[in-house]
Design a protein around this ligand. Structure first.
Ligand SMILES: [Zn+2]
Length: 72
């Protein structure tokens, strides 16, 4: 899929998805992230692949909310 977040304000692409302000999981590996741009501080929302380091966290959240996404 290779979705890359890009700041619409300054073009910054080096977002660290693990430091998200909010994350709305859409599927097992894609979520709508809201992050602050490390370059200019703008709040940016974008679809992005969920980093493997966040997958466990997502799975727990899915189980807790009964979203049924804990199963592969
Ligand atoms: Zn920016």
């Amino acid at each position: 899929m290779g979705k890359i977040m890009k700041c619409p304000n300054c073009g910054e692409t080096r977002f660290d998805l693990t430091t998200y302000d909010s994350m709305m999981v859409l599927s097992a590996d894609v979520a709508l992230f809201t992050l602050r741009c490390p370059g200019c501080g703008t709040s940016v929302s974008s679809l992005a692949n969920i980093p493997s380091s966040l997958r466990e966290e997502v799975r727990f959240a899915a189980i807790e909310t009964g979203a049924g996404m804990g199963c592969e």
